[in-house]
Design a protein around this ligand. Sequence first.
Ligand code: SF4
Length: 414
Amino acid sequence: AGVPAAAPAPPPARHLFSDPAEVEALRRNLLAWYDRCKRDLPWRALVSPALLPAVWVSEIMLQQTQVATVIDYYTRWMQKWPTLQALAQASLEEVNELWAGLGYYSRGKRLQEAARKVVSELAGRMPRRAEELQKLLPGVGRYTAGAIASISYGQATGVVDGNVIRVLCRLRCIGADSSSPAVIDQLWDMANVLVDRSRPGDFNQALMELGATVCVPKSPLCGECPVKQHCQAWRRKLFGQAPPVPDVEDCGVGDCPLCPPATEPWDSSLGVTNFPRKAAKKPPRAMRTATCVLERRGCHGAPEYLIVQRPSSGLLAGLWEFPSVPLAQDLQGEKEREELADHLQAWMGQPVAAKGLQFIGEVIHIFSHIHQTYVVYSLHLDGDVTLDPALSPSRWVTEDEFHASAVSTAMKKV
Ligand code: SF4
């Protein structure tokens, strides 16, 4: 039997809200500000249990879209399907029509499926607690569940979205990677401690609103901030490198899991925007690929182009492309052309003169982690060619057929 693992040490006090009097004061200040300054948004109108929860529809629409765009879609949606029953009876066709232009169509589809599920499997009774909402409704994640439960049904549960991450990291000088699961868990715990017990929905909206309008990413308006006296980042900025409050500097020297890494200390030119931090993304890998648009006259005289299929795994798996060959980074000019000619020759089983390849231009395309440059050539063929079927599936297509084929955006650019 092994020795039981020690429980992880709790985070240092400076990263927590451990003083109940401070928590009370923060709630009071934030809610008073919200009551004075909140934006007038249609989904903040009166909540009625008989209606489809407004915050559900709005939060799903807002997931990838700006507030200004969402307002019109939201208004039309709620006019058309004001209740769960109405939405449950909608067809996917109708949902897609209303959603047209909003993008990420699966969002609308899942909203409709969820409404159908509530009506047919849950006897029309919408779950009201965050845990149930997340478990039972398709498309409802932890954040949306918390928002619906607190705003529509008054459950005292916190929410963490991008705005809340920023505000909390600044309030408590959390400089460890804010996208890491350990930090995110910590922020959820903090949001649950902070949320006002009697006005949870307003409190959550206030915290998000603060992030959207005052504690903004680039130039936060700290002077106008209703919670600045609770903000460790603001204190640190005011007092610079030598704060008179000893606990503010307590950690960070050791291996505090919530402090910035020792290699990235506080940068006084950034002030409060030292927080939050994300781990730096790896720079994209640069790749060069020579590609050849092979063209011939089809039987009706229209030009046809050769496309070949990529392997069934890896990047752009199974998509079709013009014959291409990855180039070594140090290859330049004529050498690139020769490399492509060799590749085509092996493949067509007949000599291809590098000189015959006409350089057209370069196309740059960024995949998530690859900065790809296609060096594009073309070659007109007079006679027919027999391609080696062992190399990869290939076919001749007209321009229309090309666009209708499973080709990547990068190849369309080519
Ligand atoms: Fe954000 Fe500044 Fe307010 Fe702190 S004082 S919460 S950094 S706006």
